[in-house]
Design a protein around this ligand. Structure first.
Ligand SMILES: *Cc1c(COP(=O)(O)O)cnc(C)c1O
Length: 438
């Protein structure tokens, strides 16, 4: 079996014999030489598809285009191509053309929950801000598959400005999540501009960036980029490793640079059939991540996007994986398993059942070993009733002059200050915003 470095060298030499490996770590060179057609893919990997299969693959590319960075391509082990987790995430399958019932073009209603182009405002205090609609690698399991390769939707500065204006006009937004596409596809200067503008908005406390660059093109994380990010702290970065084989010396280096710059790192994994639907793979991946100072953040159930049927697992598989993590390994190596609900319901956490019964004064729990245990609640707990008037409260948080936003959902039903007895569907803030936008 060829080692990763040997594969890198072969691929680099085939792409441009005259400069070969010296350009390999130049991220712009990598982007320029992204593999976008089947011929090049075959040449670089020394393989050949059957004519019948090729025809189907070409058809698939008509609908969902292909792009793989030479770096990510070099992680593919061609000896067992069809079962290779890197290949499966990067190379089209004709199965993408099969649209199952219940699958949707925009399953998360990101476009509907968008008050201005580029902004998805779903939760009370934070927004998703699409600042780039381009990626270096097109993940086959992309939840925004509808937009992949859609060059027309790359937002220009004027459009991004509208998003910035929206955030500035909404003091409740304290957390801005830059997404895309991949925000690291933007130049350092452009990213610096977006971050500078965001930092001028006083109520923006935290900026987050979602990027797959540390996985598919780790050379993008240059010293210069990290210098830019550092200037706008607190900046958090969330990346997207799905398989332990993606943790290479190059990706480690990218993670190290960001962690050393004081950027808290998180990871979002998507549970994918045939790629990582195995608790041992997941555990190995999460261990490698924490070793590199990356906190596993979310484990996603695969979305109901069109063309992803072959990637979807049962929810039971996700619960089985969680069962094999909680208690069995470090708490900070265990992500939150979520289903992103269709039609904009947002992320819903799913756990195995740990509280198995309760009485008025006891809860019965079971642990990861199957031990069934009880926790006796205090006899004389003095509840703190909250009327939201802090002056009469003995707890030391005086919030009276802070901006308040409406309590929503179950929290509203639980609250002491709100008279609401039941929730009536259709009354959520996000639906109101939708109506306003119409
Ligand atoms: C995931 C997501 C967020 C961020 O959610 P967190 O749980 O805070 O990480 C914000 N907005 C949208 C639309 C999202 O999908």
């Amino acid at each position: 079996m060829k080692t990763h470095l040997v594969r890198q060298k072969n691929i680099a030499e085939k792409i441009s014999p005259e400069v070969a490996i010296s350009n390999w770590k130049d991220w712009k060179w990598q982007i320029k030489h992204c593999v976008k057609d089947i011929d090049t893919f075959e040449t670089l990997l020394d393989i050949e598809f059957e004519p019948e299969e090729r025809k189907l693959l070409e058809e698939t590319l008509q609908k969902f285009p292909l792009s793989i960075t030479p770096y990510y391509l070099s992680l593919i082990e061609a000896e067992d191509l069809k079962n290779d987790p890197i290949f499966m995430q990067a190379f089209p399958s004709p199965k993408e053309l099969l649209v199952a019932e219940d699958e949707m073009n925009d399953p998360l209603s990101e476009d509907e929950d968008s008050p201005v182009p580029g902004i998805t405002h779903r939760y009370p205090d934070r927004v998703l801000f699409h600042v780039s609609n381009i990626c270096s690698m097109y993940c086959r399991h992309c939840t925004r598959k509808r937009k992949v390769g859609d060059v027309d939707s790359v937002p220009d500065k004027a459009e991004v400005q509208k998003g910035l204006d929206y955030i500035a006009a909404h003091p409740e937004v304290r957390d801005v999540l830059l997404s895309g596409g991949d925000p690291f596809m933007l130049s350092d200067d452009y990213l610096d501009w977006v971050l500078t503008e965001l930092r001028l908005i006083p109520h923006v406390e935290v900026i987050r960036i979602g990027t797959r660059m540390p996985v598919v093109l780790p050379y993008r994380v240059t010293d210069q980029l990290v210098e830019v990010l550092k200037r706008h702290h607190p900046v958090w970065v969330n990346t997207h490793f799905n398989h332990p084989r993606e943790v290479t010396s190059s990706s480690r280096e990218a993670l190290r640079k960001m962690a050393d710059a004081g950027i808290p790192l998180g990871n979002q994994t998507v549970l994918l059939s045939g790629v990582n639907d195995c608790y041992r793979i997941m555990k190995r991946l999460f261990h490698k991540l924490v070793e590199n100072r990356v906190r596993p953040y979310y484990l996603y159930q695969c979305d109901l996007s069109e063309g992803l049927t072959h990637f979807r697992t049962s929810v039971g598989k996700g619960i089985e994986i969680m069962e094999n993590l909680v208690g069995h390994t470090s708490g900070f190596a265990v992500p939150t398993y979520v289903i992103d609900a269709p039609e904009g319901g947002g992320k819903i956490p799913i756990l195995p059942t740990y509280m198995i019964s309760r009485s008025t004064h006891k809860v019965i729990l079971r642990n990861y070993e199957g031990v069934i245990t009880s926790y006796k609640e205090p006899d004389a707990y003095m509840p703190v009733y909250c009327d939201r008037k802090c002056e009469g409260c003995k707890l030391q948080l005086k919030l009276d002059d802070a901006p308040e936003y409406k309590s929503v959902g179950i929290a509203k039903l639980l609250s002491d200050y709100d008279e609401t007895l039941s929730l009536v569907p259709g009354e959520t803030a996000r639906v109101e915003r939708r109506d306003l936008a119409r």
